[in-house]
Design a protein around this ligand. Structure first.
Ligand code: UD1
Length: 419
């Protein structure tokens, strides 16, 4: 166990390289195991415990997954022969449920634990299950597991409720080897979905329309492994922009796809950030104090729910009152911790009303979920005095070299072991 200790008050300055997108990597790693010919070699996979977990799951199912000396991830799905994933691994992360789509497509049988609730509210997988059933799988829920069987899944026309990202990904994985064509309506349009489609097509799949509301997947007989590089992490990019913002800093982000954060950029500019685009770099200059602004999270291309918490943290010291509504998840528990640092935030159902204060003060705080971790770190960077962040293993799930990157930008941050 460890904690992060941050002494706030230093403006961040310098350059930071953005890592590969965790959420894209999770989907692509699972999809790579669909191949029965050759293996895939994935570049730009971020380090983090979620990635380790998904690799452990694949290994448990009989696939090979390992990093080479250049940190390229090799996935060989040819040995896949186990249709049951263990609760111990799946419970750590909801994206583990992608194993269900993989197993149904490859082995015609999947026994995967239902991920339980999590710190950002109830997160069921009922849409995924409905999709598998509509593709012809016999599905039962027993002893906390989804057990599904189908000799070969069949193409279908399926409406994706709430444009769910996970459902879209799981059904794309399942449909790639199905018989006939699957049409996903109201599909998620997130860049991670597009990245997965490009990867699948490279493997020999026939996926059309990713990035729009309708995705067509014509099932093929088999797929082959390829080399592929994961897109940059738009959430990490947004997080570093906000870290620069709250500290009044000036940071150059390298390796970013600005198009993927078009709406966050508009919102951050509204709050007073100056943002200069230069190919795949963004130069972010913060004013001495941000301006209040209102925002509502939406499916892509709207403002991402994964930046809601870091944005609220940054707005907690802005001039004026901001209103932030999260329409995707119920993820405001971390606000209690921000209040302990002196923030003036009221929450009502899915809305936070943030009255900007002049100064936050450091305090011991507890990370409740991944993005809350980023939010509390951002607050700590601007707070007067020391903040001890507990529950740092949650942050380690999804931010690569987080404290090293912050330190290279001038933050006073260190990790301490605790008994
Ligand atoms: C993914 C991302 C997460 C991001 C979220 C929304 C990964 C690994 N995670 O999560 O970082 O915050 O998209 O952009 O990529 N829902 C159901 N039943 C289902 C599935 C979803 O009710 O079967 C609901 C959810 O509770 C939520 C909404 O649909 O309210 C959207 O969730 P979804 O897009 O599926 O999010 P995830 O894929 O879990």
């Amino acid at each position: 166990m460890s904690r992060l200790v941050i002494e706030g008050g230093r403006p961040l300055k310098g350059e930071v390289e953005i890592s590969g997108a965790k959420n894209s990597a999770l989907a692509i790693i699972v999809a790579a195991a669909l191949a029965t010919e050759g293996k895939s070699i994935l570049e730009n996979v971020p380090r983090g415990s979620d990635i380790t977990t998904i690799c452990e799951i694949l290994k448990e199912l009989g696939a090979e997954a390992y990093f080479d000396d250049e940190h390229k991830l090799h996935i060989d799905g040819r040995g896949l022969n186990q249709s049951r994933a263990s609760y111990d691994l799946v419970r750590r992360m909801r994206a583990s449920f992608y194993a269900a789509g993989l197993l149904l497509a490859r082995l015609g049988k999947a026994e995967v634990p239902l991920p339980g609730g999590c710190a950002i509210g109830s997160r069921p997988v009922d849409f995924h299950i409905k999709g598998f059933a509509q593709m012809g799988a016999d599905v039962v829920i027993e002893h906390g597991f989804m057990k599904a069987e189908a000799d070969r899944l069949r193409g279908t026309q399926f409406y994706v409720n709430r444009a769910s990202v996970g459902t879209t990904i799981n059904l794309m994985i399942a449909a790639s080897l199905a018989e006939g064509t699957t049409i996903l309506e109201n599909a998620a349009k997130e860049p991670e979905v597009v990245d997965l489609a490009i990867f699948l097509n490279g493997m020999g799949a026939k996926v059309r329309g990713a990035g729009t509301e309708v995705i067509r997947i014509e099932g093929v007989e088999s797929l082959r492994g390829i080399e592929y590089s994961i897109i940059p992490d738009r959430i990490e990019a947004g997080t570093f922009m906000l870290a620069a913002a709250i500290t009044g800093g000036e940071v150059r982000l390298k390796g970013v796809v600005a198009e993927h954060i078009r709406v966050p950029i508009v919102k951050f500019e509204e709050a007073g950030l100056e943002i200069v685009r230069d190919n795949n770099e963004l130069l972010v200059k913060a004013p001495p104090r941000l301006r209040a602004t209102d925002v509502e999270t939406m499916p892509y291309p709207g403002f991402p729910t994964d930046l809601q918490q870091p944005f609220v943290a940054a707005l907690s010291t802005a001039d004026g009152t901001s209103v932030v509504r999260d329409t995707i998840f119920d993820r405001f528990r971390y606000v209690d911790e921000l209040r302990r640092m002196g923030a003036d935030i009221k929450t009502e159902r899915n809305t936070a009303i943030i009255r900007g204060v002049r100064q936050l003060t450091g305090a011991p705080v507890e990370i409740t979920d991944l993005r809350a971790g980023a939010a509390l770190a951002i607050a700590a960077l601007a707070a007067e005095g020391q903040t001890d962040l507990y529950g740092v293993e949650i942050l380690d799930r999804g931010y690569e070299f987080f404290e090293d990157k912050l330190r290279s930008l001038g933050a006073n941050i260190r990790r301490e072991k605790i008994d």
